[in-house]
Design a protein around this ligand. Structure first.
Ligand code: AMP
Length: 218
């Protein structure tokens, strides 16, 4: 099963892709997570991506496309894409490379969330630098303030989750990534889902779309 989950930053792509990957036994391929790992390792790619990420801008397509095509090739049991494609060009390259293998994306889901909710969610987001667990100061607080429930590590805020950078990321989303929704809509069905509500409710709506596809693919 090959799924694309679209949505603005803070729409809940990470949360829902994780749940989808677990439910259907497929890989969760997050371009943002892969880039953050590359940065932590100090790789060439990580160094090149750094400035763009911290400013809330997009990393150039040629770097991302190469990185994601390697990740996709390895995910033989299927995958859910989180944060990729983020430009129409990325979407076209992905479609072409899948079509060359007689393959294609099975379903595109678009999470729709109000800007106000996005800013509130992102600026309150905290994560564990050790295990990657994600919390929210109000909506999903850890048991002990500022500390990861799983391993006791001090939680941190992503440098691009401050209010100023979030505004840039939203602007980047409307200018470069929203057209990806229209690109997919021009050739296929895109399932728009209201992502403003409670995560469990949104997850159930997503599962109701994907369960029949998963049964068909078995
Ligand atoms: P995310 O964790 O998905 O919010 O991504 C964090 C940052 O990584 C973005 O603000 C971009 O700078 C960069 N990034 C992630 N995915 C892509 C992509 N598909 N194309 C370009 N830049 C990306």
């Amino acid at each position: 099963m090959k799924i694309v989950l679209l949505g603005a930053p803070g729409a809940g792509k990470g949360t829902h892709c994780k749940r989808v990957a677990e439910r259907y036994g497929i890989a969760h391929l997050s371009s943002g997570d892969i880039l953050r790992r590359e940065r932590a390792e100090g790789s060439e790619l990580g160094k090149k991506a750094q400035g763009y990420m911290d400013a809330g801008a997009l990393v150039p397509d040629e770097l991302i496309v190469e990185m994601m095509s390697q990740a996709v090739k390895k995910a033989s049991a299927g995958y859910v894409l989180d944060g990729f494609p983020r430009t129409v060009n990325q979407g076209q390259v992905l479609d072409k490379s899948l079509a060359a293998q007689g393959d294609g994306i099975d379903m595109v889901i678009n999470l729709e969330v109000d800007d106000r909710v996005v800013v509130e969610r992102i600026t309150g987001r905290r994560s564990c630098p050790k295990c990657g667990a994600v919390y929210h100061v109000k909506n999903m607080p850890p048991k002990k303030d500022g500390v990861c429930d799983k391993d006791g590590t001090g939680l941190v805020q992503r440098p691009d989750d401050t209010e100023e950078v979030v505004r840039n990321r939203l602007e980047t989303y409307y200018r470069q990534t929203k057209p990806v929704v229209d690109y997919y809509k021009s050739g296929r069905t895109v399932h728009d889902i209201d992502g403003n509500g409670d995560a469990d409710v949104v997850a159930n709506v997503i599962f109701r779309k994907l369960d029949p596809l998963a049964r068909k693919k078995k």
